[in-house]
Write a protein that binds this ligand. Structure first.
Ligand code: FAD
Length: 502
C-alpha cells in the first residue's frame, strides 16, 4: 500500500527542511543551496543546546570532488578549518605488535593490463629484487617523509584533516550566502499526515512550526525523523564490527602535523591521532565487550602527547545502517542513516554520496516510489562494500594476543569478503566491483599490509627476465624517491599555503 499512499500525496517539492546542523546538515545545505537553491526554499534547524557529535576530522580524496562542485577556494577553506593534508593512514600494530604499514591514496607501481603491479612486485620479492611494496608509491613515500606539495595533473592524491566544528561553521556561512535560512531551536515534535504518513512539519520547543515538502534527517544518532518517527529499523552489524564506543580528546600540538592519519591498534580497538594546524584530535575506538569506558579513557590518556584541551568524552554507537535511508518524504543523511566506524574515514564520504545521489534524483515534481527504491538500493550497495573493506582490517591479522584480537581473527565474515580474501591469497588477484569506493590498490595495500602474501603471481611477470624486472622495479622506485625528496616539508607547505589565522 506504500506505493499508493506515496502516489496520492505526490506534489511538487519546493520547501526543503534540513533537521540538524552537524557536518551532514551543513554539507547538504551547502550543496542544495549552491546548485538548486534558486528553485528551492531551504531551511535548516539546529540546536546549540544539543550540539553535534564533535568528531569526524579525517577525510578521503573524494571530498575534493564535493568541494569542486561547490567551487570552494581550497586555501580559504583550509585556513578556516585549521586543515592539513592527508596522504593516507598509517596502520601501526595492526598486522602484529610493532609492525606498521601505510594505506595511501596513491597508485603503487605500474599495472599491466593482464596483471596488477603486485604480481611484478611478488616475483621481484621472490627473486630478492624488490623492496617494500610501499617504496613504489609516491603518496606513501611522501607521507613517510612528511612532505607535501600540489603536483601538476593531480600527481599527488590527497585529502584533508579538518576541524569538524569549524567545517560546519564554514559551510554554514557558505550556505547562508546561497539562501539557506538557519533556525535555532530544539525540535519537540515531528508531525505526520494521518492519511499518507508523510512528514508535514517540525514543531520546535518555542512553538514555531516549520512546514516542508521534503525533510532531510541530519539529526545524528538520534535519527529523530526516519528512525524515531517513521520507524525505519536499524540493521545492527555488531557481529562483524565489534567496536561500539569511542573516547575522544583534543590535545595541544607538540610537534609538526604529519600528512597522514595515525591508527594505532590497542588491546581492544585502536587509537587515532590527527594533526591539525592548531591542535591534535585523538580518540580510542573500542569494543565495550572487551573494555570498559574507564580503562579505554586511561589507555587513551596514557598515549597522547601534549596537554589535553578538553575533558575526554565517551561516544557510544551501533555499527550498521538504516534498512531504508529514504522513506516517504524523508531522506536520512549522515549518522542518522548509519555508521560503520571511523577506521577508513568513510563517513563524510557517505554523506557526500547521499547528497549527490539526492541531487541527481531530486524529486522536483513529486516523489515516486521507483526513485525511493533506487536510492535505497544504491545506498545499501555502497555501504556494504565499505563494510567489507573495514572488516578486512580486523579479520586479517597475525595478532592473537588479546581476547579482542582472537575474536577478530576468528570472526565469521560475509561471503563477499571471504571470496576476495581467498582470491588474493591464492592468486594475487583483486578486482574492483563497479562503483565501489575502494579501488584495487587499496585492497592490495591493506591485504598485504595486514599480512596476506599471495601464493603465486600472474605469468606475465614471469615473462620478464631478472635484469628486465630489476630495471622495471628500480626505475619506479628511484622515480618515486626522487619526486618525494623534492617536495617541501608538509609543515612548511601548510604554513605558506593555508596558514590559519592565530
Ligand atoms: P551530528 O554531528 O550529531 O549532528 C546532529 C545535528 O542534529 C546537530 O546539529 C544537533 O544539534 C541536531 N539535532 C539533533 N536532535 C535535534 C533536535 N531535537 N532539535 C534540533 N536539532 C537537533 N567521519 C569521517 O568521515 N572521518 C572521521 O575521521 C570520523 N571519525 C569519527 C569518529 C567517531 C568516534 C565517530 C562517532 C564518528 C566519526 N565520523 C568520522 C563520523 C562523523 O563524525 C559524522 O559522519 C559527521 O560528523 C556527521 O554527523 P551528523 O551531522 O550526521 O550528526
Amino acid at each position: 500500500m506504500q506505493h499508493q499512499s506515496t502516489n496520492t500525496e505526490r506534489r511538487p517539492i519546493r520547501r526543503i527542511v534540513i533537521a540538524g546542523g552537524g557536518t551532514a546538515g551543513w554539507m547538504a545545505a551547502a550543496a542544495l543551496s549552491k546548485t538548486l537553491g534558486k528553485n528551492l526554499d531551504i531551511k535548516l534547524i539546529e540546536s546549540d543546546e544539543i550540539g553535534t557529535v564533535g568528531v569526524g576530522e579525517a577525510t578521503i580524496p573524494t571530498l575534493l570532488t564535493f568541494h569542486s562542485l561547490l567551487e570552494l577556494n581550497e586555501q580559504e577553506f583550509m585556513a578556516a578549518t585549521n586543515a592539513t593534508f592527508k596522504l593516507g593512514i598509517s596502520f601501526e600494530n595492526w598486522r602484529n605488535v610493532n609492525e606498521d604499514y601505510i594505506h595511501s591514496f596513491g597508485m603503487t607501481g605500474t599495472d599491466h593490463w593482464t596483471a596488477g603491479f603486485q604480481h611484478f612486485w611478488h616475483k621481484g620479492r621472490e627473486r630478492r629484487l624488490a623492496t617494500d611494496y610501499g617504496d613504489y608509491c609516491l603518496e606513501l613515500k611522501a607521507a613517510q617523509e612528511r612532505r607535501f606539495a600540489h603536483l601538476p595533473n593531480n600527481g599527488l592524491n590527497y585529502a584533508y584533516h579538518l576541524d569538524a566544528s569549524r567545517y560546519a561553521q564554514y559551510l554554514r556561512s557558505f550556505s547562508e550566502k546561497f539562501g539557506t535560512q538557519r533556525i535555532e531551536g530544539k525540535i519537540a515534535e515531528v508531525k505526520t499526515d494521518p492519511v499518507s504518513g508523510d512528514i508535514r512539519s517540525l514543531r520546535l520547543e518555542s512553538g514555531d512550526e516549520i512546514e516542508g515538502d521534503l525533510f532531510i534527517d541530519c539529526t545524528g544518532f538520534r535519527s529523530l525523523l526516519i528512525g524515531q518517527t517513521l520507524g525505519v529499523e536499524y540493521e545492527n552489524w555488531n557481529h562483524w564490527l565489534f567496536n561500539d564506543s569511542a573516547v575522544a580528546v583534543q590535545t595541544a600540538s607538540v610537534s609538526d602535523a604529519v600528512p597522514y592519519t595515525r591508527s594505532i591498534a590497542r588491546d581492544a580497538g585502536w587509537q587515532w591521532r590527527i594533526g591539525l594546524q592548531n591542535r591534535v584530535g585523538n580518540g580510542h575506538v573500542f569494543s565495550s565487550r572487551y573494555m570498559d569506558d574507564e580503562t579505554a579513557t586511561r589507555v587513551l590518556m596514557a598515549n597522547v602527547e601534549g596537554e589535553a584541551l578538553v575533558q575526554p568524552r565517551v561516544i557510544k554507537f551501533t555499527p550498521g545502517q538504516r534498512k531504508q535511508v529514504w522513506k516517504k518524504n524523508c531522506v536520512a543523511i549522515g549518522l542518522s542513516s548509519g555508521f560503520l566506524e571511523p577506521i577508513e574515514s568513510t563517513s563524510i564520504h557517505l554523506i557526500q554520496r547521499g547528497i549527490i545521489r539526492l541531487m541527481q534524483m531530486f524529486p522536483t515534481n513529486g516523489i515516486f516510489q521507483s526513485d525511493i527504491d533506487e536510492y535505497n538500493k544504491q545506498a545499501n550497495y555502497e555501504i556494504e562494500h565499505i563494510r567489507d573493506f573495514i572488516i578486512l582490517h580486523y579479520k586479517v591479522t597475525n595478532r592473537y594476543d588479546t581476547p579482542y584480537w582472537q575474536a577478530c581473527k576468528d570472526l565469521d565474515i560475509p561471503e563477499s569478503l571471504r571470496h576476495r580474501i581467498e582470491l588474493f591469497r591464492e592468486t594475487g588477484r583483486v578486482f574492483r566491483i563497479p562503483n565501489e569506493l575502494f579501488a584495487e590498490n587499496s585492497w592490495v595495500q591493506v591485504m598485504l599490509g595486514q599480512g596476506i602474501m599471495p601464493l603465486q603471481h600472474h605469468q606475465t611477470a614471469d615473462l620478464m627476465g631478472d635484469a628486465e624486472l630489476a630495471h622495471f622495479l628500480d626505475s619506479i622506485k628511484s622515480h618515486v624517491h626522487k619526486v618525494a625528496m623534492q617536495l617541501p616539508s608538509h609543515q612548511a607547505y601548510v604554513e605558506q599555503y593555508c596558514r590559519a589565522p592565530m
